[in-house]
Design a protein around this ligand. Structure first.
Ligand code: NAD
Length: 458
């Protein structure tokens, strides 16, 4: 191909790359999208989508089989069929995958299949092919990682990719890490009756969340019968007695399988970063500014490969930001504090902005409003009264600084306080919003009113 066939070439077609390609096309840019595997990336094929499809089945089973009688539903003969659960998971993925492929055609995006490498600041090499573009965007994502000495074998010591794509569940599982992956899989297996043990190195579950959320999660998991051990140092693990024996500073744990969920590694090696002068942090994540610009002129990077929150929606938003910068149509820079964080465990967790501790550390005089689901009509109807909504506001101005929800549909509820924060709104404004009744969303309204001691139902 000749010089600058495209305005922009994107390396990686996951939740960072493919929405960025669509936005580029909408902005009138000629765009090429290079993908080594399948469009949709981790999110669509081994992440958000398949795992949430699995959790939908496990929740339905658990609600009917275990909780049915509470709701007057006789559930003596309820069973699950994991291969069918897995088949539905695959059908969900396949439907969405077709949708992404259609969108590429609709937006006239040149999709190039193959593993790409940066050759210079305006060229991506895919096999013998050279794609020339005025701008390059790196969106290569991240991969599973393990602990030193613990190698994934896909059978006994498994990654989240293995667990997501499995067609059967073990009788027992040990999970290292109580982050997002750890607690979501703990929920899935527990709801399906698998014996679950969670080992976490730090002293609390979901350690990036507000401390009150961690406490609530610990209580909820204990109540659900999940054995959670905090402050545990894993020393080694080996195959033993048709399962895995995990050696820790608090003794040995044995289970049929061991899922290692201790974070992800950036896919930044072997893509030619050195050659083009793209700087990385010591842990391999690419350095970017708030417009997603790397240290190399004409090269942006977005998504998991730049670190921060490794979340699909953050990646997609970073893609929009980069494209608008490239097109000279800047709207707003990327703000990490506006990224919503969602964990689809039971109970669900969702948050945005600062935790109470972070707000205090930043020097804010803090006011907190908290409302428990146990006092909310819709939550009682739903049979899910654990958890709360907690809002963190600036004590002087009332400005909303952070929102933290643990409980039913938390992941749907978080969009409202996130919008309040995007609009630089105050807690009382969220409280003034007339919420429909009876809904779970009223928990946010009540928590907002509680910031000024004006909640109605507590
Ligand atoms: P994570 O960083 O969220 O959690 C890893 C956990 O493992 C941490 O709590 C950490 O303290 C613990 N840990 C690390 N080393 C340990 C050790 N030696 N022994 C015991 N515990 C140890 O990572 P994750 O849960 O693997 O998820 C990976 C990424 O994917 C995260 O960035 C996460 O946000 C993202 N993700 C998001 C969702 C979602 O939004 N629903 C779901 C899955 C994954």
């Amino acid at each position: 191909m000749s010089s600058a066939d495209f305005d922009v070439a994107i390396l990686g077609g996951g939740m960072g790359g493919y929405p960025a390609a669509i936005r580029a096309s909408q902005l009138g840019l000629r765009v090429a999208l290079v993908e080594a595997d399948k469009l949709g990336g981790t999110c669509l094929h081994v992440g958000c989508i398949p795992t949430k499809a699995l959790l939908e089945s496990s929740e339905l089973y658990h609600r009917v089989a275990v909780r049915g009688p509470e709701f007057g539903v006789n559930a003596d003969q309820v069973t699950y069929d994991y291969p069918k659960i897995a088949a539905r998971r695959d059908a969900v993925v396949s439907q969405l995958y077709k949708g992404v492929q259609f969108l590429m055609k609709k937006n006239k995006i040149e999709v190039v299949s193959g593993s790409g490498r940066l050759r210079d600041r305006n060229t991506v090499e895919v096999g013998a092919k050279q794609i020339k573009a005025k701008h390059l965007v790196i969106a290569t994502g991240s991969t599973v990682k393990s602990l030193p000495g613990l190698e994934f074998d896909g059978e006994f010591i498994i990654s989240s990719d293995n667990a997501t794509l499995a067609t059967k569940v073990p009788e027992s599982i040990c999970i290292i890490g109580a982050g997002a992956v750890g607690v979501e899989f703990a929920t899935l297996y527990n709801e399906l009756g698998v014996k679950v043990t969670v080992l976490e190195a730090l002293d609390r579950m979901v350690p990036l969340e507000d401390e009150d959320i961690s406490k609530e999660m610990a209580n909820a998991f204990k109540k659900a019968g999940i054995d959670c051990r905090m402050g545990v140092r894993v020393k080694s693990a080996k195959k033993a007695r048709d399962g895995v024996s995990v050696e820790t500073d608090q003794g040995e744990f044995w289970a049929r399988q061991l899922l290692v969920a201790v974070g992800r590694a950036p896919r930044s090696k072997d893509i030619g970063l050195d050659q083009v002068g793209v700087a990385t942090h010591p842990n391999g994540f690419i350095k970017v500014d708030e417009w997603m610009r790397t240290s190399a002129e004409s090269i942006h990077a977005i998504g998991d490969v730049v670190g921060g929150y490794l979340l699909a929606h953050a990646a997609a938003h970073e893609g929009m930001t980069a494209m608008e910068d490239i097109a000279g149509q800047r709207v707003a820079p990327m703000e990490q504090e506006l990224v919503t964080r969602c964990t689809y465990s039971h109970p669900q967790i969702a948050s945005v902005g600062l935790t109470e501790k972070q707000a205090r550390e930043k020097g804010h005089e803090v006011k907190v409003g908290k409302f428990p689901f146990s006092a909310l009509g819709r939550a009682i109807i739903h049979g899910e009264t654990g958890g709360f909504a907690k809002l963190v506001a600036d004590g002087k101005t009332g400005r909303l600084l952070g929102a933290h929800v643990v409980g039913p549909n938390a992941t749907e509820l978080i969009a409202e306080p996130a919008l309040t924060q995007l609009f630089q709104g105050d807690a009382w404004e969220l409280g003034r919003n007339i919420h429909p009744h009876p809904t779970l969303s009223e928990a946010l309204m009540e928590a907002a009113l509680a910031v000024d001691g004006k909640a109605i139902h507590i």
